[in-house]
Write a protein that binds this ligand. Structure first.
Ligand SMILES: NC(=O)c1ccc[n+]([C@@H]2O[C@H](COP(=O)([O-])OP(=O)(O)OC[C@H]3O[C@@H](n4cnc5c(N)ncnc54)[C@H](OP(=O)(O)O)[C@@H]3O)[C@@H](O)[C@H]2O)c1
Length: 265
């Protein structure tokens, strides 16, 4: 059995715990600690072990999730520094580097840095992850088993690529929400029902993602296939091209990448 402890049982941790519980080869014993006054009920609902402190959790876990906000990392690492031995730390905190975690701990312990995204909340997560060189082969296997149970698409990458993943799939949901907002606004402007527009746009996004993943075709090929000469799609795409929408999107992603790098420093 693998004992997994969650420091901070907020939105992301809850989603990960639910996925771990539902995973087919579940040999995890899950526990957590959180300063939330409702924590007792949270543990009861999630059916996880309730620890009395972060130190107690660390002493009793093989893998420890840092699922707190980035600004809470420093205090938490300070608190667990004395008790952590060679257990692996799995950090999902955005913008916090492996080096920073080890520096704050003043210990070169095994760290796995994971960059998930909010679709984890509905079992549709994607992530990139990186190992510090202290992570043993056995720990890597366990970490990957854990990651696979809460993300559908996952890639092990060099740590500097975590910034690319942050700007792509980490912030990605917000880009698509932005596009969907525009689609709904325009449908409403035509006098169409807002709720129906939202559902149609959301299913179009879900279906489009599925088409791309299941056919394995290039997105440009799939796009061309729905763009007939003189048709409606072509009329829209002409406007996008004329206004250099692709360039604007690339600029936005570059700004997110730059910000991820700045936050990591
Ligand atoms: N949401 C995303 O899209 C996303 C994507 C990728 C990565 N992440 C990362 O995931 C992490 C968690 O995000 P989240 O949205 O799940 O945050 P969250 O809902 O705020 O969860 C964090 C929890 O930790 C608790 N906490 C604070 N200080 C603590 C301490 N000293 N010991 C134990 N628990 C403590 C918080 O309690 P209080 O609320 O009382 O402070 C809260 O319940 C963040 O680092 C974020 O960067 C999030």
């Amino acid at each position: 059995m693998i004992k997994i402890g969650f420091i901070g049982v907020g939105n992301m941790a809850k989603a990960i715990i639910k996925s771990l519980k539902n995973s087919s080869n579940n040999n995890f014993i899950i526990g957590g600690f959180d300063i939330d006054k409702n924590f007792k009920n949270i543990c009861k609902n999630l059916k996880i072990k309730k620890y009395g402190s972060n130190s107690e959790l660390v002493k009793n876990s093989d893998a420890i999730f840092l699922s707190i906000k980035p600004q809470q990392i420093s205090d938490v690492l300070n608190e667990i520094r004395q008790v952590i031995k060679n257990q692996m730390l799995i950090s999902i905190a955005a913008g916090v580097s492996i080096r920073k975690i080890q520096k704050l701990l003043r210990k070169k312990i095994p760290v796995i840095r994971v960059m998930p995204n909010t679709p984890v909340l509905v079992g549709e997560g994607a992530c990139g992850y990186s190992f510090s060189k202290e992570v043993s082969t056995k720990q890597k296997k366990i970490a990957e088993k854990i990651i696979k149970s809460f993300c559908k698409i996952y890639f092990c990458v060099k740590e500097h690529d975590i910034d690319v993943i942050t700007s792509l799939s980490g912030s990605g949901p917000a880009y698509f929400f932005y596009i969907i907002e525009a689609m709904i606004e325009q449908a409403k402007a035509f006098g169409f029902n807002e709720t129906k527009a939202k559902m149609l746009a959301a299913q179009t996004l879900t279906g489009t993602g599925k088409l791309l993943l299941t056919t394995g075709e290039e997105p440009s090929i799939l796009r061309q296939r729905v763009t007939s000469k003189g048709g409606t799609t072509e009329a829209a795409l002409e406007i996008f091209e004329k206004n250099r929408l692709k360039e604007i999107i690339k600029k936005g992603i570059s700004a997110a990448y730059k910000r991820a790098k700045e936050l990591g420093r």
